[in-house]
Design a protein around this ligand. Structure first.
Ligand code: ZN
Length: 443
């Protein structure tokens, strides 16, 4: 379906802004909803990048307090005037039809039609995005200017849709680590032609997964990527994977991450989880301008992951938070609103954050009665270049001093200013010398 004007991407490279932008472009025209073939088509395209598993959960399945809805598909939807003019057509833009509209074939007056139309008088050239997932109805969305131009008369309405037992489809991709403890990264796949809201998150999550999977070294934690429809998708996954969710130590929801606004991190409900602390320090270190917000029970799927019965400290990384930019949930959230550099920066921050998260451990000093004699064990002698010598020596002392089974290397890094990489190398040397025990089980 033709959509917004296209923009020339920047020069390409693996996981580059151009790659990320191209994926958004490719996914943009697809008529997606919380179920149906648009989701399957989207996942099929992602499968070209990552070998994800596609799950189908039957309509009617109980998932906690919810039920997996009927599957919705649409082949055509349009409104035609009595002069034969096609005044609204789903073929022109995927936002023209209210998502989950019931099948309809009827003739109505303009007045009757108006009750089913949605437009934005304050932005008369934009098409709003509307859904009707859980209350049966039908409707069309259009530019207010076009709505005002509709002439009195009768209109033929055709919505050739099906709303019947089928399934809810989601994608899951796992990068196995040495530990069974997991990090969850999730993103929504249910919005139709909206570029920042959904497509930016899908593109960044996909390329992040791809780059993690391509690394030669196995990560410490297991990284699980979820490509799920909003709300019902997260609830469905959690209901089917409650035990697995208990193995997760944290995670990230990626959404609205390609616009021009500064990166914004919304903390988990816990507020100071490892994920929260790492995201905040990486943003502080790598971006000139960013925002940190506390958790609130409104937003994306962090609501489900952080609910008290699940209590998984997942934060949300975005740019301008949803609802705080005028283009949000309108046709103006198009491919002009997102840029390759914004997507690439978001990917780089995610990648750095996961690298750091992967190094967080808690150790126990095995010789805790005063300082052990390091020189006798050669720990002062065979260090690397002069520039690194001082911090490597300090890392040994910081680790020995704080490795009481309670303080993690993240705590020690925050206190000492030493990087997690330096602490990791120092911990390996102390372990080899028998001065530091294995890291705490569960890390
Ligand atoms: Zn949305």
């Amino acid at each position: 379906m033709p959509g917004a004007p296209r923009k020339q991407p920047e020069p390409s490279g693996p996981g580059s802004g151009a790659d990320l932008y191209a994926l958004c472009q490719r996914l943009y025209p697809i008529v997606r909803s919380i179920t149906g073939n648009g989701v399957r088509e989207t996942l099929r395209i992602l499968h070209e990048h990552i070998d994800l598993d596609i799950h189908e959960v039957p309509s009617g399945t109980r998932v906690f307090d919810w039920t997996v809805p009927m599957e919705w598909n649409v082949s055509e939807a349009h409104v035609t005037s009595d002069t034969g003019q096609r005044v609204i057509d789903l073929r022109d833009h995927s936002l023209h039809l209210v998502s989950y509209s019931e099948p309809v074939r009827t003739r109505v007056t303009l007045e009757q039609l108006q009750a089913h139309l949605h437009s934005l008088p304050e932005h008369p050239d934009w098409i709003p995005y509307r859904t009707s997932y859980y209350s049966p109805s039908w409707g069309f969305c259009l530019q207010h200017t076009r709505r005002l131009a509709l002439q009195p008369g009768s209109y033929d309405v055709v919505i050739d849709a099906s709303l019947q037992p089928g399934s809810l489809t989601y994608g899951e991709f796992v990068v196995p680590g040495e530990s069974s403890r997991e990090m969850l990264i999730s993103t929504h796949i249910c919005h139709p032609s909206l570029a920042n809201d959904n497509l930016s998150g899908i593109a960044v999550a996909t390329m992040l997964a791809k780059s993690l999977a391509l690394r030669s070294r196995r990560p410490h934690y297991t990284y699980r990527f979820l490509f799920i429809p909003a709300t019902i998708g997260a609830i469905t996954w959690l209901a089917r994977n409650e035990a697995r969710a208990r193995l997760a130590i944290g995670g990230l929801v990626l959404s609205g991450i390609g616009d021009a606004g500064p990166l914004t991190y919304k903390r988990s409900r816990a507020g100071n989880s490892t994920t929260d602390r790492v995201l905040e320090r990486v943003l502080r270190r790598t971006t000139g301008d960013h925002r940190i917000e506390d958790f609130s029970p409104y937003g994306y799927d962090e609501r489900q992951f952080n609910s008290p019965g699940i209590n998984l400290p997942v934060g949300c990384l975005m740019r301008t938070p949803f609802g705080r930019y005028p283009e949000y949930h309108t046709s103006a959230d198009n491919l002009d609103l997102v840029t390759g550099p914004a997507l690439a920066q978001a990917l780089a921050v995610c990648s750095t954050a996961l690298d750091e998260l992967d190094l967080v451990r808690t150790f126990t000093n095995l010789a805790p009665h005063c300082e052990p004699q390091l020189g006798r064990r050669g720990l002062y002698d065979d260090l690397g270049g002069d520039n690194d010598r001082k911090s490597a020596q300090m890392a040994l002392l910081w680790l020995l001093s704080y490795s009481d089974g309670k303080h993690s290397t993240l705590d020690i890094s925050d206190k000492s200013g030493l990087s997690l990489e330096i602490l990791d190398r120092a911990a390996a040397r102390l372990q080899a010398a028998g001065l530091l025990g294995p890291h705490r089980p569960g890390d």
